[in-house]
Design a protein around this ligand. Structure first.
Ligand code: IMP
Ligand code: MG
Length: 180
């Protein structure tokens, strides 16, 4: 089993990149069934974690759409702080637009709830949520998640954009923390 060490912790591969790419294609197919170039949705990618999913997803979207980025953070180390910081605000006008939020992972839903509130203030036509990973056991909010790549157990993972204290984002596979 392939392992990596990030700071003081050891992680082992849990989702290989082939499985990841297959799930990404499925999300792109679902979105493509619901929207087309006439809708010209705005994909709003939430940095930093979702940069890889955003790139792979958008390579599989074959209709006219726009992309914008925002940056929020709520995590410190391996757990959520409950407080969400807006580090880069939304620079594009979302008024009357169809907005598809692109998230790497939805855990408790704290970040998502805050983001939906920020987007809502701009009076978009419609807001949809696409996340690559979803932890159903950790989710505490009521915001509907429209597109999910994979549901995963409530473990701490890294890779494919996700980090442990900023390390691990560059790996193409997903790794799970090995319990001490
Ligand atoms: P939430 O606000 O609790 O839903 O947390 C969402 C954010 O926390 C994600 O966008 C990630 O940045 C981070 N996060 C949640 N779970 C993990 C994980 O297992 N590994 C790395 N980061 C995570
Ligand atoms: Mg994130």
């Amino acid at each position: 089993m392939e392992r990596i060490k990030l700071h003081d912790k050891v992680f082992e591969v849990s989702i290989p990149s082939e499985k990841i790419q297959e799930a990404v294609r499925k999300v792109a197919e679902q979105i493509s069934r619901d929207y087309n170039g006439d809708d010209c949705p705005v994909f709003l990618s939430v940095l930093n974690g979702s940069f890889m999913f955003t790139a792979d997803l958008l390579k599989n979207i074959e209709f006219n759409s726009e992309i914008s980025f925002t940056k929020l953070s709520s995590y410190e180390g391996t757990s959520t702080t409950g407080k969400v910081h807006e580090l880069i605000g939304i620079t594009k006008s979302l008024k009357d637009r169809i907005v598809i939020v692109v998230e790497d992972i939805i855990d408790t839903g704290t970040t998502l709830e805050k983001l939906v509130e920020i987007i809502g203030a701009q009076q978009p036509r419609e807001v949809k949520i696409a996340t690559f990973l979803f932890k159903p056991e950790a989710y505490k909010k009521d915001v509907k998640i429209d597109y999910i790549g994979m549901e995963i157990p409530n473990d701490f993972i890294v890779g494919y954009g996700l980090d442990y204290q900023e390390l691990g984002r560059n790996y193409k596979d997903i790794y799970t923390l090995v319990s001490e």
